[in-house]
Design a protein around this ligand. Structure first.
Ligand code: UD1
Length: 342
């Protein structure tokens, strides 16, 4: 029997490359497309090395509808995982049109082509950012979405709504939005991982680059929050666990086990970890001292957010299994690999 085929847009990126590995290991055929605007072919090479599969790669921008149509014509996939998007919060505030045009335009093209070419299943990469500053913790999928505080966050909310409405219109498309909490870590092989261009915005790459000597000092944004140690609390999810959640969600759509044609799941560990706890765990696990200092709060930061994960646990049959220590060791192993550190 022919294997199910999945198109992964943004498959050369951080979460996309790990998900491609997990899909191949679960027996899917995968086609990767990426415009390489914020990723590089090294990730596809890493995926090929890990899996031993010569996964097809096409350099395509999802905003180019005719180029994307050619991919739909060339490959008989019935499922799409749409990662391809811009993701820098600060940049989205400075260049909102860049974010609206890219993040909405690419997803509209994907959905239009799914209808035009008769494809069924779509997974959308959403974010816990849709919950804003939550009223209650942990946040469930039923917790209210808060007005977005950045164009980036707004595109996540808008794409969720576009998917919901498209599915509701009976267009023959079924969809799942996965709301990621804070992805971190790397594949245990250290052949793929997070590779931000320029100065990292996110905490873990900033930590690993500081440990590697690429950055002088980590700034911890505020220790006067209303939390046990005063630093913000997040739900850090290992990227390998996150990839497995995508495989479970695609399986649910492919096998028709979904209860509704549009569903939303939180993807986190269910455990809140403070910035200070994370820094200390990184030092302990990897046996090093990190240069850091406490500075003022970063504007727009939420104080605490972590996930209620029982819906994903029960419905997807998925659970985060990697420990914080394993994840922080993997993040450091990857950074060392990238920097050529022994
Ligand atoms: C951020 C985005 C979120 C997006 C996610 C994607 C903001 C406000 N939110 O989440 O919308 O979906 O990235 O990955 O940007 N921290 C430091 N020093 C640093 C970097 C971060 O102390 O150099 C702290 C932050 O204050 C925060 C925590 O580390 O408390 C996590 O920050 P980050 O990795 O940027 O993720 P989020 O802000 O949760």
């Amino acid at each position: 029997m022919a294997k199910e085929m999945v198109l992964v847009s943004g498959g050369a990126g951080y979460i996309g490359s790990h998900t491609t590995v997990a899909l191949i290991e679960a027996g899917y055929d995968v086609v990767v497309i990426d415009n390489l605007s914020n990723s590089d072919l090294g990730a596809v090479e890493g995926v090929r090395k890990i899996t031993g599969v010569d996964v097809p790669f096409e350099q395509v921008d999802c905003c180019d509808k005719e180029a994307l149509r050619a991919i739909f014509k060339k490959y008989p996939f019935n499922s799409v995982i749409h990662f391809a998007a811009y993701k820098a919060v600060g940049e989205s505030v400075e260049q909102p049109l860049k974010y609206y045009s890219n993040n909405l335009g690419s997803f509209l093209n994907i959905l239009e082509l799914m209808q035009e070419e008769g494809r069924s299943n779509v997974l959308f990469s959403s974010s816990a950012t849709v919950y804003g500053e939550p009223d209650e913790l942990p946040v469930t999928e039923a917790s209210p979405r808060k007005p977005a505080t950045s164009p980036y966050g707004n595109t996540k909310q808008m794409c969720e709504d576009i998917l919901r409405d498209t599915v509701a219109a009976g267009a023959g498309v079924k969809g799942i939005a996965l709301r990621y909490f804070n992805p971190m870590g790397a594949h245990p092989s250290a052949l793929i991982g997070e590779l931000p261009r320029g100065v990292p915005n996110n905490l873990v790459p900033f930590i690993t680059q500081t440990a590697a000597g690429v950055r002088e000092c980590l700034s911890i944004f505020g220790n006067d929050y209303n939390t046990p140690d005063g630093t913000c609390i997040r739900d850090y999810i290992d990227v390998v666990d996150l990839a497995a959640a995508h495989v479970a969600a695609i399986g649910r759509l492919v096998e028709g086990c979904n209860k509704k044609d549009y569903e939303v799941f939180n993807v986190g560990t269910g455990r809140g970890v403070s910035v200070m706890e994370l820094v200390e765990a990184f030092e302990r696990v990897n046996g090093l001292k990190l240069n850091y200092r406490i500075v003022g709060r970063r504007s727009g930061d939420v104080e605490s957010v972590w996930a209620e994960t029982s819906l994903a646990n029960n419905e997807l049959g998925w659970k985060a299994v990697r420990t914080l220590d394993e994840t922080l060791a993997a993040a450091w192993a990857w950074e060392k690999h990238v920097r050529g550190i022994e």
